[in-house]
Design a protein around this ligand. Structure first.
Ligand code: NAD
Length: 499
């Protein structure tokens, strides 16, 4: 590693890490009732960075009560929509001004490259905040031409109103901690809701800083609260009877628990869950474009991306060129901490997660599969796994079926296109898929056949705030982004006036 290239941690980040971190309730840091604390680590060294409270049910109750009070008093929803929009745009400016601090904090805590933190976790997040702020002034209902026959001669006018759903619980995973918190926070606020965010216990730091910066931007106290904690804290939030909507991103098993808890209170919920996302490459695929696209779509954030490509079906005519191209690049990738901008492979988020990823790799080895890149951890401190490419995998292998959520690509050759599409769809998941071809007719005919919430053609993983995002099948319920995000944080009220 070239140590000169390593980013120096800023004073703002050092100051944040030296604080006794607490919950964030009613517009300020707030000591927890719970005396248990959770340590937070730097995945590139395994050393402790900070600790946060492991909030208990009493803490969750306090955060929800505060969000409820802010909602009931109309501190936020009774502002004119244009005022809400302006405050959210100011929030984006404040985040922009603190962009480097947030990027460094994310890299230190999550492990990812500082380049990714700057470009995506902060850069794309800013785009999202500014896009979604604009929705505050564009929420509309409909007027309805009703045909109600009674009483005879009466006339009616009916219309719908979109009203904020109320108190939102946003439960967030560890792969894009700041960005996914914002995916929940900003549309909820644009719609006029108040919110309690629970970040992952592995990566709680940027959500706490986000809440402080929201207050600096003018978001009123109690509108945006943060509770830190693990599974019990999340479960208390999901089961809380005074939460009106749960917006969850995480694993499919946890999503099922949350859905079951939500139904007990008729709490609305949306679930963005796991994926095992295929790429299908036809015989005319552009090999260089596909190799570059798969590297970006498969190894971004060490493959800890719900929409990452992990199963790659390639027409036999191009199979060897694609497989060797991917293996050559994967084998040449440089390994190092996220703060070294030249390092192409960074640590996984935690020791625990690396153990999970390595168990999938061990199973693939036990199944006798052929590794043409990676398959092992490098000899250095930190939770690294080498980028891994597995060749000529039988379509029913465990590595094809199970979500690894790590830097592991499984390649499968095919001879005819209907078989490839059938194999691509042969998964309990349905978050995303990509098709690689320049044959327009093939693309137009095949896109509708994929059972996936997003289908990319000749790329894999670009998102945009306007593009609905969510899963078919076990990859979730509901859609985030665009108008769909606003729909998820509003109730529809029908109004009927006799005149
Ligand atoms: P996870 O399900 O273990 O945890 C997600 C969040 O839920 C964490 O904040 C956790 O503390 C909390 N939680 C755990 N148990 C809970 C319970 N019983 N009740 C309420 N909350 C609970 O997921 P993870 O390991 O943090 O993230 C990885 C998973 O997330 C992968 O499966 C990945 O595919 C998925 N993911 C999906 C998307 C998407 O948009 N579809 C995006 C990112 C990650």
């Amino acid at each position: 590693m070239n140590s000169e290239a390593k980013v120096e941690v800023s004073n703002a980040v050092k100051a944040f890490l030296s604080r006794e971190l607490s919950l964030f309730i009613d517009g300020a840091p707030c000591p927890a009732h719970s005396s248990t604390r959770l340590d937070v680590f730097d995945p590139s060294t395994g050393q402790k960075l900070a600790s946060v409270p492991d909030a208990d049910a009493i803490d969750v109750d306090r955060a929800v009560a505060n969000a409820r009070q802010a909602f009931r008093e109309g501190r936020w929803r009774s502002l004119r929509p244009a005022e809400r929009e302006r405050i959210l745009l100011r929030f984006a400016d404040v985040l922009d001004a603190h962009g480097e601090e947030l990027a460094q904090l994310e890299t230190l805590n999550q492990g990812k490259s500082i380049n990714v933190s700057r470009m995506i976790d902060v850069g794309a997040t800013l785009e999202y905040v500014r896009y979604m702020a604009g929705w505050a002034t564009k929420i509309t209902g409909e007027t309805l031409d009703v045909s109600i026959p009674f009483p005879p001669g009466a006339r009616f006018t009916a219309y719908t109103r979109k009203e904020p759903v109320g108190v939102v619980a946003g439960i967030v995973p560890w792969n894009f901690p700041l960005m996914i918190a914002v995916w929940k926070l900003i549309p909820a606020l644009a719609a006029g809701c108040t919110i309690v965010i629970k970040p992952s216990p592995e990566t709680p730091l940027t959500a706490l800083r986000l809440a402080e910066l929201a207050v600096e931007a003018g978001v009123p106290a109690g509108v945006f609260n943060v509770v830190t904690g693990g599974r019990d804290c999340g479960a208390a939030l999901a089961a809380h009877p005074d939460v009106n909507k749960i917006s969850f991103t995480g694993s499919t098993p946890t999503g099922k628990l949350i859905g079951a808890a939500a139904v007990q209170n008729m709490t609305r919920f949306s679930l963005e869950l796991g994926g095992k996302n295929p790429a299908v490459m036809l015989a005319d695929v552009d090999v260089d474009q596909a190799v570059q696209g798969v590297l970006a779509g498969g190894f971004l954030n060490q493959g800890q991306v719900c929409a990452a490509v992990s199963r790659i079906y390639v027409h036999r005519d191009k199979y060897r060129a694609i497989a060797d191209g991917l293996a050559d690049v994967a084998n040449a990738m440089t390994i190092g901490p996220g703060l070294d901008p030249s390092a192409q492979v960074n640590p996984l988020v935690s020791a625990h997660h690396r153990t999970r990823v390595e168990a999938h790799i061990a199973r693939a080895k036990a199944d006798g599969l052929r590794f043409i890149a990676g398959g092992e951890r490098p000899e250095q401190a930190g939770y690294y796994v080498r980028p891994t490419v597995i060749d000529d995998v039988p379509p029913d292998a465990a590595i094809i079926r199970d979500e690894v959520f790590g830097p592991v690509l499984a390649l499968v050759p095919f001879d005819n296109v209907p078989d490839a599409v059938r194999l691509a769809n042969d998964s309990p998941y349905g978050l995303a898929a990509s098709l690689w071809t320049n044959d327009l007719r093939a693309a137009m005919n095949l896109v509708p056949q994929f059972e996936a919430g997003t289908v990319w053609v000749n790329c894999h993983v670009p998102l945009d705030p306007s593009m609905p995002f969510g899963g078919y099948k076990q990859s979730g319920i509901g859609r985030e982004f665009g108008k769909h995000a606003i729909d998820g944080f509003t109730e529809t009220k029908a109004v009927c006036i006799a005149h």
